[in-house]
Design a protein around this ligand. Structure first.
Ligand SMILES: Cc1ncc(COP(=O)(O)O)c(C=O)c1O
Length: 472
């Protein structure tokens, strides 16, 4: 037993619990889709158990204790898709509870291992069956096997963000925040932060993301109506964006590669959404939530060389701002081809001029060692619509397809459009493409706002000459 003096001395030192929250807010330096805006990333992976979920885990346990609903030694039960499980396992270990976690079988190995390391007992339900996990947890509680904290219906989940994340973001931006972007799982983060920020300034726009149809992104869901979390209040979210799995993963890899922020897939989705949003607004301060760290996903292969090798994929008009930002870090020069969608039956673009240019563009860009992003403008009727977003894009102002753009520092540095449309044969188109690509071989510096350029070919020749001289 520590003496009175030792007990007094103990009070001078924090415990691990004191380090939940107060996470860093950092500015993205290269991933940008509009230089007039600032995109800030709230690094929730810096919490002790590695995710944004440390906040609600501590909040739910402490508040339940304060209300006399639980006491140390009790058993807690929770259905969780991963991060909450790890956070609750840590919180239960800190506060002296037993914990049973129920999760879908497709959760990554690292997550399971982390929960077990904190001493939690694990139960699996079939992959993707989060609703079943929730039903089972409530059944176990009904049979007296423990207490369900219920992160989906527990007001102390958003309360953790109302008391922590929201005020932190407000103070860290000195009240300059204009947009808040968060992926939505239980919706605790977005509900708590929205409540706080809207109390400070109702004009702050709150943007939530959910996976697009068929996408599977750990931690976030497209909830069927009957399973929408009880804590969700529609009026607290101004806009909901849908994020595809590919887009989220590509941005997640770019975030690590060009920003040095190693995060998970849902965080990639949040940054994609911030980039898309940033392309449509100006003079904005956009804060997005980086929910957790990338090492939690290593075993899933999303960071493998194979996964990265296929970046960047053809993308749609909607996802173009984030895909274009993700070009940084891929071999330069960067080109973007705005082209017609491929006919699903024939695999050929519906526009004959695009069909004629596609292969020559791919081949000529490959020759430069640079990177090509293909942006599909939609079906014919969509593209012909005078309101098509690319016709009104502040710097693109596309008048026709195909248009090949040399993309540099987040903006077009050269365009080849009407000439390509007028070309009467593949050979003629190829000649124009070759000339355009040769003209734009110099590689501008990637540092934002830096205009100095480096001639990579000349450098390579010099290096080659030097190594030949060295060998002689
Ligand atoms: C990786 C990840 N991203 C996003 C979220 C969503 O956070 P919230 O539940 O606060 O909506 C979660 C929730 O568990 C998560 O694990």
């Amino acid at each position: 037993m520590p003496s009175g003096a030792a007990l007094a001395a103990q009070d001078c030192y924090p415990t691990i619990e004191d380090y939940v929250g107060d996470t860093p807010l950092v500015r993205l330096q290269r991933l940008t889709s509009n230089p007039s805006n600032i995109i800030l990333a709230k690094l929730e992976g810096n919490n002790p158990a590695g995710s944004v979920k440390d906040r609600p885990a501590m909040s739910m346990i402490k508040e339940a204790e304060a209300k006399g609903l639980i006491k140390p030694g009790d058993t807690l039960i929770e259905p969780t898709s991963g991060n909450t499980g790890i956070a609750l396992a840590m919180a239960a270990a800190i506060r002296g509870y037993k914990l049973t976690l129920i999760m879908p079988a497709n959760m990554s190995e690292e997550r399971r291992a982390a929960m077990a390391a904190f001493g939690a007992q694990l139960i699996s339900v079939p992959a993707g069956k989060m609703e079943l996990a929730r039903d089972l947890a409530h059944e176990m509680q009904a049979r007296g096997m423990g207490t369900v904290l219920d992160q989906f219906g527990n007001a102390d989940n958003p309360l953790g963000h109302y008391r922590g994340t929201g005020p932190e973001v407000w103070e860290q931006t000195k009240g300059r925040i204009t947009h808040f972007v968060s992926s939505m799982g239980t919706t605790g983060t977005i509900m708590g932060v929205s409540r706080f920020l809207k109390e400070k300034d109702p004009g702050i726009q709150i943007v939530g993301l959910q996976p697009s149809e068929g996408a599977s992104i750990a931690g976030i869901r497209r909830w069927p109506k009957p399973y929408l979390p009880k804590i969700f209040q529609e009026e607290r979210v101004d806009q909901v964006m849908e994020i595809g799995q590919r887009e989220a993963e590509e941005t997640m890899r770019a975030l690590a590669r060009v920003e040095g922020i190693f995060a998970g897939v849902s965080s990639g989705g949040a940054v994609s959404a911030a980039l898309r949003l940033s392309a449509t607004v100006s003079n904005a301060t956009i804060v997005c939530i980086i929910c957790d760290r990338g090492d939690r996903y290593l075993s899933t292969g999303v960071f493998s060389e194979k996964a990265a090798a296929s970046d960047p994929q053809p993308c749609s008009v909607q996802t173009f701002p984030s895909a274009a930002a993700c070009l940084i870090g891929h071999p330069a020069p960067h080109y973007i081809l705005f082209t017609a969608d491929l006919d699903p039956d024939t695999g050929v673009p519906w526009c004959p001029d695009c069909a004629q240019c596609l292969e020559p563009v791919r081949a000529r860009v490959a020759e430069t060692g640079g990177t090509l992003l293909e942006v599909q403008v939609g079906p014919r009727a969509t593209w012909k619509d005078k309101q098509h977003p690319l016709r009104h894009h502040p710097s693109l102002e596309l008048t026709g397809i195909p248009t090949l753009v040399h993309w540099s520092n987040g903006a077009p540095a050269g365009k080849l459009g009407p000439e390509l449309e007028a070309a009467s044969s593949t050979k003629e188109a190829d000649g124009l493409i070759r000339e355009f690509v040769l003209q734009h071989q110099t590689v501008p510096s990637q540092a934002a706002g830096h205009q100095a350029s480096v001639d990579v070919r000349a450098l390579m020749q010099q290096l080659q000459l030097k190594s030949e001289v060295d060998q002689q």
